[in-house]
Design a protein around this ligand. Structure first.
Ligand code: MSP
Length: 523
């Protein structure tokens, strides 16, 4: 029987400028989910890429004094490089200037043309190149696009239009019935609100934009950049010959491009008669120190700088732990630094080295025997004793009921509550610290070495479990913890999640391997 398939997609980012942490936020999250699903034994296909056609890119290339393709190659490479640096490993990186994408996008549109879903119409309206979309007078603020603070251009041309209206009722119903899940709830409501407004047929071509794919049946026009971009999720699987992954199980993005995905994309797919994505998750849009990220303000954070300062895994942690994934929030480098020191340096890093040091010092680095077999068993001993009115003694104590933690963690991962999952890990680490304070293995070892060994085993095994929790978020850190625990990270990672989380995976008698501090403090 073949494994369950899981297809995850992110928006493809514009190459008018280099990547910033807004792009990193979505893509790190997608990488975390891809890893999480792979850990459950699913066949995962993770797609991201770059959006390279249209007036916005052509203008940026001109400004840089470069041919558009040369310019796109350079900026797209910057995206690919920074994803590598962030430990993000998509299964395919799609570029819309890839000739194969162009061929498949054309095929898709020809299918709709055959079905008579396009017609020609004269159109005039205000167009914002920054947004790459038509904008209404009502949306302008003092005559300018509120997002780009630029004057829109008045466009009057004959374009090809897609018969959108015919598809609206069926899409609205699917969203209404939650057959197509849009999360969080406020995003779902926003989308359902769109269907109550006047949604009109939309133009799929441009007469005056040269940097694009020619409309196959009318070479005087190019395909509207948004249309070919929205087709990337489909064309990518065609290019790599993995159509069996269709449809996307989850698509991530922020609410800036919600209408394009939740209305136009879905309608085009419905028109082609292919399955619609199963779930769209709309994460928050963040500001930096309370302000919108912008070149003019000069507050754009380059993910390369974060990796330089904090390292790969800490950057991944800091991006996802700031605020709930589905809510807007604010990011500040000062707060990131504080959290780095509190949660990672003093937290996970310090707890690991404390425990490892004690095992090295008191047990010659050999993982001690564990008297108690499982947390559940210990819980039973506790409750039996309490029922009989007896006080359980410390040697019956497990570190923490991890079975409960796993259930909570799994739910959080399923609901994309990354901040909560990470807070849980940090909390679990602090529970280990509390137990060191209560048990004082360094004292206990002089009184009863066996019981002290038992305690240290519990602490080590808890660290192994914490490493598993960290695996999707901070893969390098998880490996480092496995190594210090004397485990082979490759072998450990080869395990399935369900098997790995069973209590007692750490073998007594093996030797630990003390290593460097995981997260040196940043001053
Ligand atoms: N090229 C289009 C998308 C086409 S998809 C068929 C585009 N590109 S973009 O470069 O502007 O990327 C927008 C996306 O980047 C957002 O939806 C979000 O995923 C991410 N983010 C960009 N800035 C962000 C923040 N400040 N905060 C959170 N996410 C941000 O639109």
């Amino acid at each position: 029987m073949s494994n369950l398939k899981f297809y995850i997609t992110t928006p493809i980012y514009y190459v008018n400028d280099k990547p910033h942490i807004g792009h990193a936020y979505t893509t790190v999250a997608a990488d975390i989910l891809a890893r999480w699903h792979a850990l459950q034994g699913e066949d995962v296909f993770f797609l991201t890429g770059t959006d390279e056609h249209g007036a916005k890119i052509a203008e940026a290339a001109e400004k840089a004094g470069q041919e558009p393709q040369v310019f796109c190659n350079q900026v797209s490479a910057q995206f690919q490089e920074v994803w590598q640096k962030l430990g993000i490993h998509p299964d395919f990186f799609i570029r819309t200037t890839n000739p194969e994408h162009q061929k498949e996008a054309v095929n898709f549109l020809l299918k709709l043309k055959e079905k008579d879903y396009f017609y020609e119409k004269d159109y005039s309206g205000l167009y914002c190149v920054g947004c790459e979309k038509f904008i209404t007078e009502k949306e302008l603020v003092r005559g300018k696009c509120p997002d780009h603070k630029s004057l829109p251009a008045r466009i009057a041309e004959t374009n090809w239009f897609f018969k959108l209206r015919g598809f609206l009722p069926q899409i609205e119903k699917l969203i209404q019935d939650r057959e197509l899940v849009i999360q969080p709830e406020n995003a779902r409501k926003e989308v359902l609100g769109l269907f109550k407004q006047e949604l009109d047929d939309f133009s799929i071509s441009r007469q005056k934009v040269k940097w694009g794919i020619p409309v196959p049946w009318d070479k005087t026009q190019t395909i509207y950049v948004w249309v070919e971009a929205l087709l990337n999720y489909w064309t990518a699987l065609k290019i790599v010959g993995h159509e069996d992954f269709w449809p996307p199980d989850v698509h991530l993005m922020s609410h800036d491009i919600l209408k394009f995905h939740a209305v136009y994309w879905l309608a085009m797919l419905a028109a082609a008669g292919v399955d619609l994505p199963r779930r769209i998750f709309v994460h928050g849009y963040f500001t930096i120190d309370g302000q919108k990220m912008s070149k003019t303000i000069g507050n754009v954070i380059d993910p390369n700088d974060l990796v330089e300062k904090f390292g790969v895994d800490a950057t991944r942690y800091l991006l996802l732990s700031q605020f709930p994934f589905g809510k807007d929030g604010d990011i500040s480098e000062a707060k990131m630094q504080e959290m780095h020191n509190a949660d990672l340096a003093n937290g996970i890093g310090n707890t690991l080295s404390r425990i490892i040091k004690m095992v090295a010092q008191f047990f010659d680095g050999v993982i001690p025997k564990c008297k108690s077999k499982s947390v559940i068993e210990i819980n039973r001993i506790w409750s039996d004793k309490l029922k009989k009115g007896l006080k359980p003694d410390l040697s019956d104590t497990a570190v923490h009921d991890f079975s409960q933690s796993w259930i909570g963690y799994e739910k959080e991962m399923e609901n994309l509550e990354f901040d909560a999952a990470l807070a849980r890990i940090v909390k679990m680490t602090s529970i280990l610290d509390e137990h060191i304070e209560i048990w004082k293995p360094f004292k206990l070892v002089k009184e009863n070495k066996e019981v002290a060994g038992n305690k240290l085993y519990c602490l080590l095994e808890s660290l192994r479990q914490i490493a598993w929790l960290l695996l999707p978020f901070m893969p390098e850190t998880a490996d480092k913890i496995f190594e210090q625990l004397g485990l082979d990270p490759k072998k450990e990672r080869g395990k399935k999640f369900a098997e790995a989380i069973k209590w007692g995976g750490l073998e007594s008698g093996n030797k630990i391997k003390p290593g460097k501090s995981l997260f040196p403090r940043i001053q």
